[in-house]
Write a protein that binds this ligand. Structure first.
Ligand code: ZN
Length: 377
């Protein structure tokens, strides 16, 4: 059913188009042409303007040939770098990049699979509900396109994101994350001449971190201090230090407990290292900024969208396996907007590295799966 040559050519063509985050113009024009040729109405939202990108998120609407709840298929068109001049090569059924660049199978394997599935749906005149294909921009720099997406444009309340490794894998649950920025301000003084007149921001930061639970907190929760910068010279007591950290959890309650704990450690360290200078108590100032990076997602196994995936797989004699997500993806954001969405494996491998690859046979399998869910949706 799936045309191996066509899906291979489709993927190779896309991979050769450079599409770093916010510079997706050429890729968007290519996709607009493809989706239009397949019979879709193609439009963009305003996300390009609000994010400084070349284009907005692309929405391709395929009218239904039967009645029913519309189905959303979600993808992203940007890739990580290095991606300036990608030369995809096919050797023994495996596509990789010839040079020192990524391949862009993340997420172009998914896009090629969806396009191949739509080719087949059209060729075989498979009856289907209305389909909405969203291809976001700037996913790789913090789900920026999905966060700025104009949700009033879509009707679907259920969907699939094709954006993870493996084949016949489904991610229903992924953690939410909080990002924090902390600035500690102490008091500078000459380290050799008058150390008693200073308060070291580095010491406060060190104390705070030593009090902190970090790393794997429990099966659902992780935490990290990722960057630290500050100080001026060895002979100056460091006045300021900036830190960046994050907490993630599948459980929103645990996420807020861990975030609060980390922030409380900075306050505790500032209290404990309060010192007296010229008869006055001097306490380090702690400035904290916390923002939600993305919300957690948890789609129940008995949700209609999960059952659709499992039914489609079993109709082909295959089994859809559950896998716990570890990071944030567009699906976190879509779920946050009341669109029940799970993430499906596309066969992409070693993503975000120059050894990224995808096996043609696996793209074929995923395209077959997409045809089946469209048939059954
Ligand atoms: Zn991706």
């Amino acid at each position: 059913m799936v045309n191996r040559d066509r899906i291979t050519t489709e993927f190779m063509r896309q991979a050769a188009i450079s599409s770093p985050s916010l510079k997706e113009g050429a890729m968007a024009r290519y996709l607009q042409e493809r989706f239009t040729a397949l019979g879709a109405e193609v439009l963009y939202d305003q996300a390009g303007k609000s994010t400084g990108g070349e284009v907005g998120n692309l929405l391709a609407r395929f009218a239904g040939s039967k009645k029913g709840e519309p189905l959303l298929l979600s993808l992203h068109m940007d890739t990580v770098g290095p991606c300036e001049t990608i030369e995809p090569i096919l050797i023994d059924g495996v596509i990789s990049s010839a040079g020192a660049t990524i391949l862009g199978a993340d997420d172009k394997a998914g896009i090629a699979e969806v396009i191949e599935a739509l080719e087949i749906v059209r060729e075989l005149k498979i009856r289907h509900v209305p389909l909405e294909v969203v291809v976001t921009i700037a996913e790789e720099i913090g789900l920026v396109g999905a966060k700025h997406f104009d949700y009033s444009l879509i009707r679907s309340r259920r969907g699939f994101a094709f954006d993870t490794t493996g084949v016949d894998f489904m991610v229903r649950q992924a953690p939410g994350a909080n990002r924090m920025q902390i600035e500690i301000t102490g008091l500078a003084s000459h380290a050799g001449v008058a150390p008693e007149n200073g308060l070291s921001a580095i010491q406060v930061a060190a104390k705070a971190i030593s009090l902190m639970r970090l790393g794997r907190i429990d099966a659902e929760t992780t935490a990290n201090i990722g960057t630290i910068a500050g100080g001026v010279a060895t002979n100056i007591i460091a006045e300021t230090v900036q830190l960046k950290g994050e907490a993630r959890s599948h459980d929103p309650q645990k996420l807020s407990v861990q975030t609060d704990h980390m922030l409380a450690c900075f306050e505790q360290a500032a209290d404990e290292l309060t010192t007296t200078i010229d008869g006055k108590a001097v306490r380090a100032k702690v400035d904290i900024k916390v923002e939600s990076d993305f919300p957690s997602m948890s789609v129940p196994k008995n949700a209609q969208i999960c059952q659709l995936a499992c039914k489609a797989a079993s109709a082909m004699g295959r089994t859809m396996h559950d896998r716990l997500g570890g990071g944030g993806s567009d699906a976190n954001i879509f779920n946050g907007h009341q669109i029940e969405m799970v993430i499906i494996g596309t066969g992409m491998q070693n993503v975000h590295s120059i050894s990224e690859s995808v096996v043609v046979e696996e793209m074929v399998q995923v395209a077959e799966f997409i045809v089946e869910v469209i048939k059954q949706a």
